[in-house]
Design a protein. Structure first.
Length: 94
């Protein structure tokens, strides 16, 4: 896990939702100083805060831990490519 990347992602997601650090802190029951520490990469949120934080920011826990939004198009394309290679393999190996 990249603490700095996760912190930048939290900050970017929070600002995109037009929330201040104080507003986000109130939503999840922490101080604005805690939010600042996360966003500056000095520490990570406690595991018990993952779910409320993700709900407040409208992100998944995977996205939080990866420090980036999941690219659904990439996931769909990968699924299509995997399906195609399985079919091709089955045709070549009857």
């Amino acid at each position: 896990m990249d603490q700095i990347k996760i912190g930048k992602f939290i900050a970017a997601t929070r600002t995109a939702k037009k929330l201040t650090q104080e507003e986000l802190a109130e939503k999840i029951g922490v101080t604005d100083k805690a939010i600042s520490k996360w966003e500056n990469g000095r520490c990570l949120p406690d595991v018990s805060l993952f779910k409320p934080l993700c709900k407040a920011l409208d992100i998944s826990i995977n996205e939080l831990l990866n420090g980036e939004k999941d690219n659904k198009e990439t996931a769909e394309l990968t699924g299509v490519l995997d399906k195609g290679s399985r079919q091709e393999s089955a045709q070549n190996n009857p």
